[in-house]
Design a binder for this molecule. Structure first.
Ligand SMILES: Cc1cc2nc3c(=O)[nH]c(=O)nc-3n(C[C@H](O)[C@H](O)[C@H](O)COP(=O)(O)OP(=O)(O)OC[C@H]3O[C@@H](n4cnc5c(N)ncnc54)[C@H](O)[C@@H]3O)c2cc1C
Length: 473
C-alpha cells in the first residue's frame, strides 16, 4: 500500500492525560493537530488506571460502610453480596469514553492505529507503514506499562496487572497483590472489602515506601486491623500454579495461596518501538526520555511529557507537563516555564486516604536540613468525631519562621485538603498565610488552619513572647 503523507503543526504520540492536554490546548489555539493512539483514547488513567480503580474503590467503600451501621446508630445488616462490581467499573469507563472523551476529540484528527507510531526522522513519524506525518513540533506522550518483577515461575501463573484486573467478573475468594505502593494498597483494600481474603506482599519495610514513613505504618496498621494481611520486606522464592490456585513461596518458607494474583510492582517505560534513534532523541529504557528543564528532548522541537520522561508519574503531573510543553513550544526561551518549578501533590485513595506534598522527613534528613514538625490529629477535632473518622493526622514540616517544606495528611478528605499546602509551598507562603485565612467550620480543611495555630502556640510558649505579652497587656 502506498504511504500517504500529512503535514501538521503539532503531532502528539499517545492520548493519555499528557497527550490529551497537548492536543486539546493546541486545537483550541487553532493549530493543525494530529494525534496517534495505539490503544484507547484516555490512556492508562481513564481505561485501566485512575478511573476504574476509583470506581471499584467506591463500590468497596459502600459495602464496607455497612459494617459501621451499628456504631452510627443504625440496625446491623449483613454485608451485601457483590453481584458484579467489575461490570459497573467497565460501564463507568465506557460512559466516560463515549460521553466526555469522545466529544472532546470530535474535531481532532486522531489516528487510532493498531500498531506503534515510529520515527522516520526528527520531523516525520510513520503509522503502520501506511501513513506518514510531517510535523513542526512533536510531543511524545507514550506513558508506561506495568513492571513485572523477575520472580521464578511468575510468567507461567496467569497473573493480573492493572491492564486486565478490571476484566474479571467475579470477586476472587483469595486475592494476593505483589506491591505495597499506591496501586497495590488501593486494589488490596478494594478487593478485601468486596469479600476476598487479601494478602499484600510488599518488598519494602512499610507501605507506600516513597511517602512519609509514619503514614505508611499507620496505613499498614489500619489494613491489619481491618483484616488485610500485609507482609512487609517480602522476599520471593518462586511462584507456582497448582491446579486453579497460585502459590507464592517466600524465602522464609511461607506460602501464600490465592486464586488471583495482581502484580502492582511499579511501572516500566517502553520506548524501543518508537525508534527514537531515527530522530536523534536520547532516552534510557529505565529512566525514560531525557528532557531538559523545559521538557524538550535532545532534539529541540520534540518534547516528552507525562510518565514517559520518568518524573512524578501521576495524571495531574502528566496533564500539567502537557500544558507546559505546549506553552514552551510556542514561546521564546526567556518565557519558557520549568516543569520542576511546580509542586506535585499526590494522594492514595485508601481508607485512611494518604496525601503528600513537598518534602518528607526522610528527604530533609538526607540533605541534613533542620526542620520543625507541627502536627494535629484527626481525633482532636469535633467534626471527625461526629463523622466517625478519627483516624489520621496532619504533619507539616517547616522552618523556624514557618516556611512550609512538606506536608503529609492521612485521613478522610486528605486529597482535598492537601492543595492548600501545595499552593503555599509553590508560592513560598508561610504558615501565617494559612493562619490568617478564615476556614469555614467544621470543614476538614479547618484542620489545616489548626496546624498554623499549633505553630503559633509553639512560639507563644517561649518565655520571651510571654514576657512581651505581660508587658503589653
Ligand atoms: C491502577 C492505577 C491507578 C492509578 N491511579 C492514579 C490516581 O488516582 N491518580 C493519579 O494521578 N495517577 C494515577 N495513576 C497513574 C496515571 O494513570 C498515570 O500517571 C497517567 O496515566 C500518565 O499519563 P500519560 O499521558 O503520561 O501516559 P498514559 O496514560 O500511559 O498514556 C499513554 C498513551 O500512549 C499510547 N502509546 C504508547 N506508545 C505509543 C506508540 N508508540 N504509538 C501510539 N500510541 C502509543 C498508549 O496506548 C497510551 O494510551 C494510576 C495508575 C494505575 C495503573
Amino acid at each position: 500500500m502506498a504511504s500517504q503523507t500529512s503535514e501538521c503543526d503539532v503531532l502528539v504520540i499517545g492520548l493519555g492525560p499528557a497527550g490529551m492536554a497537548v492536543t486539546i490546548m493546541a486545537k483550541s489555539l487553532g493549530l493543525n493537530v494530529i494525534a496517534i493512539e495505539k490503544r484507547k483514547i484516555g490512556g492508562e488513567c481513564l481505561n485501566v488506571g485512575c478511573i476504574p480503580s476509583k470506581a471499584i474503590l467506591r463500590t468497596a467503600k459502600l459495602r464496607h460502610a455497612v459494617l459501621h451501621f451499628p456504631e452510627m446508630g443504625l440496625e446491623a445488616i449483613p454485608s451485601p453480596k457483590p453481584i458484579n462490581p467489575f461490570a459497573r467499573v467497565r460501564d463507568v469507563v465506557k460512559r466516560v469514553n463515549e460521553g466526555k472523551t469522545a466529544k472532546m476529540f470530535e474535531s481532532v484528527d486522531v489516528i487510532l492505529s493498531k500498531g506503534s507510531a515510529r520515527f522516520i526522522d526528527s520531523h516525520t513519524v510513520e503509522v503502520q507503514d501506511v501513513r506518514k506525518i510531517r510535523a513542526k513540533k512533536i510531543f511524545i506522550c507514550s506513558g508506561t506499562t506495568p513492571f513485572v518483577p523477575n520472580i521464578q515461575g511468575l510468567d507461567g501463573v496467569g497473573f493480573l496487572t492493572n491492564e486486565n484486573l478490571y476484566d474479571i467478573n467475579e470477586v476472587p475468594r483469595r486475592f494476593a497483590v505483589i506491591g505495597g505502593g499506591a496501586i497495590g494498597c488501593e486494589m488490596g483494600q478494594a478487593l478485601f472489602r468486596l469479600g476476598s481474603e487479601t494478602t499484600i506482599l510488599n518488598s519494602a519495610d512499610c507501605l507506600l515506601p516513597r511517602g512519609d514513613a509514619e503514614a505508611g505504618h499507620l496505613l499498614c496498621e489500619e489494613f491489619r486491623k481491618e483484616g488485610i494481611r500485609v507482609i512487609n520486606k517480602a522476599e520471593f522464592e518462586r511462584i507456582e500454579k497448582r491446579g486453579y490456585e497460585i502459590a507464592v513461596i517466600l524465602k522464609d518458607g511461607s506460602e501464600i495461596i490465592c486464586d488471583k494474583l495482581l502484580v502492582a510492582a511499579g511501572r516500566k517505560i517502553k520506548l524501543d518501538e518508537l525508534e527514537l534513534k531515527n530522530a536523534g532523541v536520547v532516552y534510557d529504557n529505565q529512566k525514560g526520555v531525557k528532557v531538559d528543564a523545559f521538557l524538550r528532548t535532545s532534539v529541540k522541537h520534540i518534547f516528552a511529557c507525562g510518565d514517559c520522561n520518568g518524573y512524578r508519574q501521576f495524571t495531574h503531573a502528566a496533564m500539567h507537563q502537557g500544558m507546559l510543553a505546549l506553552i514552551n513550544a510556542m514561546l521564546p526561551r526567556v518565557f519558557m516555564r520549568r516543569y520542576k518549578d511546580y509542586i506535585v501533590p499526590w494522594s492514595v485513595f485508601t481508607e485512611p486516604e494518604v496525601s503528600q506534598v513537598g518534602e518528607t522527613e526522610a528527604d530533609l534528613q538526607a540533605r541534613g536540613e533542620k526542620y520543625k514538625v507541627i502536627r494535629t490529629n484527626y481525633s482532636d477535632y469535633g467534626r471527625t468525631t461526629a463523622d466517625g473518622s478519627e483516624i489520621g493526622f496532619i504533619k507539616a514540616l517547616c522552618t523556624r519562621s514557618g516556611k512550609i517544606l512538606g506536608v503529609t495528611i492521612v485521613g478522610e478528605s486528605s486529597g482535598e485538603m492537601i492543595h492548600e499546602f501545595g499552593l503555599a509551598i509553590q508560592k513560598g507562603l508561610r504558615l501565617t498565610s494559612i493562619l490568617f485565612l478564615q476556614h469555614s467550620f467544621p470543614t476538614y480543611s479547618f484542620m489545616n488552619k489548626r496546624i498554623a495555630e499549633q505553630w503559633l502556640m509553639d512560639y507563644a510558649r517561649k518565655p520571651l513572647f510571654q514576657r512581651i505579652a505581660k508587658m503589653r497587656i
